[in-house]
Design a binder for this molecule. Sequence first.
Ligand code: HEC
Length: 206
Amino acid sequence: MMTKKSKLSLPLCSVVAVLSLLLFGNAIAGNAGDGKKMNVDNSTFHCITDMTPVKHFYVDNLQGNLKETVAVAKSEKGGIYPTGSVVQLVPGEVMVKHGPGYNPATHDWEYVELDVSKDGSSIRKRGFVDVINRFGGNCFACHAKAKPEFDSVCETGHGCDAIPLTRPMIHAIQNSDPRCKLHQLTDEDMKALKQLEAFQRAAAAK
Ligand code: HEC
């Protein structure tokens, strides 16, 4: 009985999912140009410092709606990031905003971990609630702690647990993105990178 029921309900579920995607997906796409799912592949990502700097991080918009993404990022009161927003603090971790309703649990944010080299970006992991970064932390679990008005963007003081990187370290990591043609490491960046190396050595020795 049970098996029969679950066998039946699964295809039904998929039919409903496909139908609602067709119906509502089109409705939304027709509305404000919000494709439900952003096309994201290795070629989506590039040199972090070529993106638009806001405060101490970088943003972009895959739908050309950079103005609204920047406005939300700049706002001290927060706001809902528009579809297509790309947000990065360090070269290897990205948040991409899909269309409204694409993934209600994460407020439509996809979490992406990249391997970056001078040859470009390669997606290491991607997903919504279940992406674990190379340091063993779940992206969503941390970012979900941001107060609702900040739309899962942590910065500082938005309610997330802190990460063990100082602002000079973050700046230095951004400026040593291997995908960027020009490296402009200041003396302060070099100092911060040395500190970071020492931290990493100490952590590895534990
Ligand atoms: C331990 C908690 C934690 C984990 C795990 C974590 N983050 Fe974050 N993340 C933060 C905090 C805190 C900041 C803000 C740091 C700052 O601004 O100094 C941040 C910043 C960011 C930013 C810049 C925008 C913002 O929220 O301030 C992006 C993008 C980002 N993280 C993506 C990711 C991705 C992708 C993953 C997983 C691959 C991940 N993070 C894992 C806590 C975390």
